[in-house]
Design a protein around this ligand. Sequence first.
Ligand code: G3P
Length: 217
Amino acid sequence: MKFFVDTANLDQIREAQNLGVLDGVTTNPSLMAKEGITGRENILQHYVDICDIVDGDVSAEVIAIDFDGMVKEGTELANLHSQIVVKLPMIKEGIKAAKYFSDKGIKTNVTLVFSAGQALLAAKAGATYVSPFIGRLDDVSTDGLHLIAEIRQIYDNYGYETQILAASVRHTMHIIDCAKIGADVMTGPLSSIEGLLNHPLTDIGLAKFLEDYKKGN
Ligand code: G3P
């Protein structure tokens, strides 16, 4: 399972990279705004800065919602750095753009996916990644993990190579459940990944080992 962090915060990305288990980064316009990154030039530079920190794919989202605009913007993003994945919204024009970029060998991530049908279309368009938002489904009393399982089944039935990128991951149990179902990738806050480290018996056991060592040395 690949681990991505879902942030535009360079300190958090550095910290995740230093942990040694990071496979990529996802961003979106809200996450960029949260870091105060505004203006086209600054946004483009920020993507390059992220690529320089992380070894792996970095999703950069288009703002355009028409096909020509998505192609123009996506091409500019893809030309920024070899690690950039063009992130496209799950709308009709986004699917057309995913097919366009897929035919050109440019990686894509179809985002804002909330149903199995949307995920099927993204796979047919040749998307590299599909991003079902599990946390936002949970927020509206709908089982986000069930959607991951549905997409896994559909993709396996036909051998689609599109990778299921479980997005809007909010906590550590989401990661474990997604791993059990077979999501290819998870993206979430660094805290959700670091939560995997914790077990009180590890802390108690380590304290005892150190205490016993000190007795004999
Ligand atoms: O990767 C999708 C993500 O950015 C949305 O997460 O927590 O805002 O639902 P959230």
